[in-house]
Design a protein around this ligand. Structure first.
Ligand SMILES: Cc1cc2nc3c(=O)[nH]c(=O)nc-3n(C[C@H](O)[C@H](O)[C@H](O)COP(=O)(O)OP(=O)(O)OC[C@H]3O[C@@H](n4cnc5c(N)ncnc54)[C@H](O)[C@@H]3O)c2cc1C
Length: 485
């Protein structure tokens, strides 16, 4: 059932599970729970049409750290930010979930193999028919790639069409007998039922209609900034905001930064572009082998090679310089802009907190302070050196450095993936995070968080495939809990 909160007669309704937010996390979860026989209320703040200024204003806030498009990086309507996502997909690598001695606060409380069955389902939700990423071996259809040696390797991306959840799953939600989805229903608060339990979710439309949802379980799936903002706002009712037992709530905000250090010139035509294989798009990227990430104390990163016909940053004389290895004249070599997507490390100072300003629903607005640990840039610099050395040692090419890592370049604006991660991080110990390995808020029986805010570390893979995998897994966990109760 898909309806509007403003047209609902009741002021109080009940459900097995109340899911807040109808993006990919919330819709996957609600429909999966319904398939398992559970009664779900799905609250969506926006409507079916792309959000207007009034809805988007609820996302307005302040930015005190690095420049960040707080409003433009998310959508508030049915289907969430998949209304304009790009569909780039790949699972996290097993090493992304491992604790690394050189990265404080790294390590998930679960192993990648524990996510494998859920990744298989996530590919179906995102309409990516194949779930195969080829390990370190180049698939037979791949074109000319740099050889996997000296610590460099190849990784692969796949692509969702991209699935727009608002259109792809609208009919299933509307026709479901077990999901009641209310549009224009903005969650504004939670009611506690004593220690460690939530009794109800309060919601309101912008026209003022109010609703109370009494549910056995509550899941927040409002996106990586709103999940934290919503919980931080709960400090208005209680001394400590729900989920802030460890002072991690809102902290550890991460996005995937992009950095283009320069131009790769190569004698060979390299094939780091999208291929169609069995009617599906696949794209190879440069990667760093796991043992090198650990031994050289690096974060994960990948290199995308964009063909450029002529790079004005390279003077013609460069090609005849003996240092360039006699690769050939400017017209005889291929050149590529190297774009690195690197993994930021968890940083407590990078955070969402609250301003004194309030939105139309009375909730305090977000302030985003996006920043990095200094050692992220040291690791980036070492990764660039590694790629440079690799190209030279294999004789495959050279890297002409245009944007080195230095004091002024690291302060300049940096590109982002618009991925909001880390603000309600997962941890084994309550003192190191907000949710446990089941994405349940530490210290609560029936409050869960879905979405990339639970990622404690993020690899370089785009987040949505993992968000959807975790939502599938969560549906299964909640169903088991309900059966036990
Ligand atoms: C331009 C762009 C390109 C991207 N490209 C990629 C890509 O190629 N690959 C990739 O993996 N990711 C990509 N992303 C990120 C991707 O869109 C997100 O990872 C994904 O949408 C997050 O899903 P979610 O369900 O957690 O949150 P969202 O999609 O943000 O959904 C949250 C939902 O909650 C609702 N909501 C918020 N607050 C409330 C409230 N108080 N009450 C009720 N409802 C509420 C919102 O209206 C929304 O429907 C891109 C993002 C952008 C902006």
């Amino acid at each position: 059932m898909l309806g509007s909160l403003d047209q609902l007669a009741e002021a109080v309704i009940e459900a097995d599970v109340c899911v807040v937010g109808a993006g990919p996390a919330g819709i996957t979860l609600a429909l999966s729970l319904a398939d398992l026989g559970r009664e779900v209320v799905l609250l969506e703040g926006g409507g079916l049409a792309p959000p207007g200024p009034e809805e988007l204003d609820l996302y307005a806030g302040e930015v005190s750290g690095r420049k960040y498009p707080l409003r433009a990086s998310r959508l508030r309507f049915f289907g969430g930010t998949t209304g304009h996502w790009g569909g780039w997909s790949r699972p996290l690598d097993p090493i992304d979930l491992a604790a690394k001695p050189h990265i404080p606060f790294s390590g998930w409380p679960l192993e990648r193999s524990g996510l494998d069955p859920w990744y298989a389902q996530a590919h179906q939700w995102l309409e990516i028919p194949a779930n195969e990423y080829f390990g370190d071996r180049a698939p037979p259809f791949a074109g000319n790639l740099l050889p996997a040696t000296l610590g460099l390797t190849t990784r692969y991306f796949r692509f969702s069409p991209p699935t727009r959840y608002g259109t792809a799953y609208r009919d299933r939600v509307a026709e479901s007998l077990r999901v009641r989805c209310y549009l224009g229903a903005n969650a504004t608060g939670l009611e506690r039922a004593g220690e460690g339990r939530i009794r109800a979710v309060f919601a309101r439309s912008l026209q003022g209609k109010q609703l109370e949802v009494r549910a056995r379980n509550v899941v927040l799936a409002m996106g990586g900034i709103e999940n934290a903002r919503f919980l931080l706002n709960s400090a208005e009712q209680t001394d400590t905001a729900i989920g802030n037992h460890s002072d991690w709530l809102g902290r550890g905000f991460m996005d995937h930064p992009g950095w283009s250090p320069g131009t790769v010139i190569s004698q060979d035509k390299l094939a780091y572009h999208q291929f169609t294989h069995e009617e599906q798009l696949v794209m190879p990227v440069l990667g760093i082998a796991d043992d090198v990430l650990m031994n050289e104390r690096l974060v994960n990163c990948c290199g995308i090679l964009h063909p450029v016909s002529f790079d004005e940053n390279i003077e013609k004389a460069y090609f005849s310089n003996p240092w360039s290895g006699g690769l050939g004249a400017a017209g005889e070599v291929s050149s590529y802009r190297l774009q690195l997507i690197f993994e930021p490390s968890p940083c407590r100072a990078s955070r969402v907190d609250l301003t004194e300003q309030r939105d139309a629903l009375g909730l305090r607005r977000a302030n985003l302070h996006w920043t990095f640990n200094d050692y992220d840039f040291e690791m980036l610099e070492r990764s660039i050196s590694l790629i440079n050395a690799y190209l030279g040692q294999t004789g495959m090419g050279r890297l002409k450095l245009v944007k080195p890592v230095n004091e002024s370049t690291v302060k300049a604006p940096i590109g982002t993936g618009l991925h909001h991660m880390g603000t309600t991080r997962m941890s084994a110990a309550p003192s190191e995070g907000v949710v446990d390995a089941d994405c349940r808020v530490h210290g609560f029986d029936n409050l869960y968080i879905a979405g990339s805010s639970v990622f404690p570390t993020v690899g370089f893979s785009n987040p949505t495939l993992t968000i959807v995998a975790l939502a599938c897994r969560m549906a299964n966990r909640i169903d088991q809990e309900l059966s036990r109760a």
